[in-house]
Design a protein around this ligand. Structure first.
Ligand code: FDA
Length: 391
């Protein structure tokens, strides 16, 4: 079989690309259904973009790489597509756009957009070889039957390593290496941080707004204590910047002059216990736990220096995670195909004409909040335009 474009992976990026690319197109995926991560995303409502998307919301060894694609296909463009398909949406917080209904509406929309393309599910990629007119010979196995597809363009959109249970594989990285591309280090991103057994067990379920930082990068969002450690958006965001052995800094009362407040409480509520005072601004279980680190005494008996030290601890709590929950729960893969080998306008390989890498497999990792889908859409459209220009 001959096609103009063969797309490996019917996830967010692969489906988007299939809807935009001209010519005869085949999309293949080893899963039984397309867009499975879209289906479970955003708690089932898909946080499909972020209106505040800028290149600063992405992590990459080359922070300029994503600029061109993001500028040419914007959140507004994707929103226009969503509205054309009559999908109701709402803004939650911080520019995050979600479906009012189910995330499967986005899958159905992408499926409708790629109606011209063929989609083969339950299909394994056995071998990819560069050919000569057309440029690629790809051996596939569909329902146990092997067949060779010849394609002028090959788009790799098989995602990263996060959630192997959902079909994530390292195929994109293997193909990148096969064609001589370099890889940056890959590790789980947007993932809960773990601590030695029992460290926060008594606080499991407690949530509060906080600022969580790794070195100079900090996020003001919710923090959640879990049986295994720390989670919640602020921690997931920080996790993408964290590496083994590093500390995180937690500010439990961001934007507040905590020392001034504690000193004022000492004067106004001299007989109160510390836990009672802390519980005015923190969840009571957390207040009890923090106060438990200090000898019991009324506020009046605590020196100003002690209260200042306490304020410092509350606003700059240094913690050393022992690890992360790993690929099992990570929302994304940090790192991937080194962008230095790709054309930032088209996502085409600099080593093999007609070979494209898009979406999560590329070393471009978005923050939590719809940025990763925006990258999937934008990089997919960039590749589709590149392919159109190559015809
Ligand atoms: P994606 O993973 O979507 O697709 C890759 C496809 O390739 C899959 O269909 C897979 O089956 C297929 N494949 C893999 N290996 C293969 C092989 N060897 N052979 C054949 N096919 C193969 N982002 C966001 O912006 N907003 C959100 O709300 C969320 N929510 C969210 C929740 C959860 C639980 C997760 C795990 C992730 C998110 N994300 C998110 C991240 C987002 O899902 C992710 O960034 C995009 O799906 C990446 O799109 P891709 O198309 O690159 O990969």
């Amino acid at each position: 079989m001959n096609v103009d474009t063969l797309i490996l992976g019917a996830g967010a990026a692969g489906m988007m690309c299939a809807g935009q690319v001209p010519g005869r197109t085949l999309v293949v995926d080893h899963a039984a259904a397309p867009g499975e991560k879209i289906r479970i995303s955003g708690g089932g409502r898909c946080n499909f973009t972020n209106t505040g998307t800028t290149p600063a919301n992405f992590i990459s060894e080359n922070r300029h790489f994503a600029k061109s694609a993001l500028a040419r296909y914007t959140p507004r463009d994707f929103l226009a597509l969503v509205e054309r398909h009559g999908i109701a949406w709402h803004e939650k917080t911080l520019g995050q756009l979600f479906c009012d209904g189910k995330a499967t509406q986005i899958v159905a929309m992408l499926r409708a957009e790629m109606a011209r393309a063929d989609l083969w599910l339950n299909t394994r990629v056995i071998e990819v070889a560069p050919g000569f007119r057309p440029d690629f010979r790809v051996v596939l196995e569909r329902d146990g039957v092997r067949q060779t597809v010849q394609a002028r363009n090959l788009v790799v959109a098989t995602g990263g390593l996060s959630i192997p249970k959902m079909g994530a594989t390292g195929l994109a990285y293997d193909l990148a290496r096969q064609f001589g591309h370099k890889m940056t280090d890959t590790r789980p991103g947007l993932v809960p941080l773990t601590f030695p057994e029992g460290r926060f067990t008594d606080l499991a379920g407690v949530a509060l707004p906080a600022r969580v930082s790794v070195a100079k990068t900090g996020f003001d969002e919710a923090l959640l204590f879990t049986h295994r450690g720390l989670s919640g958006p602020a921690v997931l965001q920080a996790s993408s910047y964290w590496h083994e052995g590093a500390e995180i800094a937690v500010n439990l009362m961001p934007g507040q002059d905590v020392a001034a407040w504690l000193l004022a409480e000492k004067r106004a509520s001299a007989r109160k216990q510390l836990a009672t005072v802390l519980a005015q601004r923190l969840p009571s279980r957390l207040a009890d736990r923090l106060a438990g680190d200090w000898p019991a005494a009324p506020m009046a008996d605590r020196s100003d220096a002690v209260l200042r030290a306490l304020a410092q601890g509350l606003t700059d709590w240094r913690l050393k995670p022992s690890g992360t929950e790993g690929w099992r729960t990570a929302e994304v893969t940090r790192g991937g195909v080194d962008t230095r080998g790709l054309d930032s306008r088209t996502m085409m390989s600099g080593r093999q004409p007609g070979l494209y890498f898009i979406g999560e497999c590329v070393d471009v990792t978005g923050w939590l909040g719809g940025y990763n889908f925006q990258w999937a859409w934008a990089s997919a459209v960039a590749a589709a335009e590149g392919i159109a220009a190559r015809r």
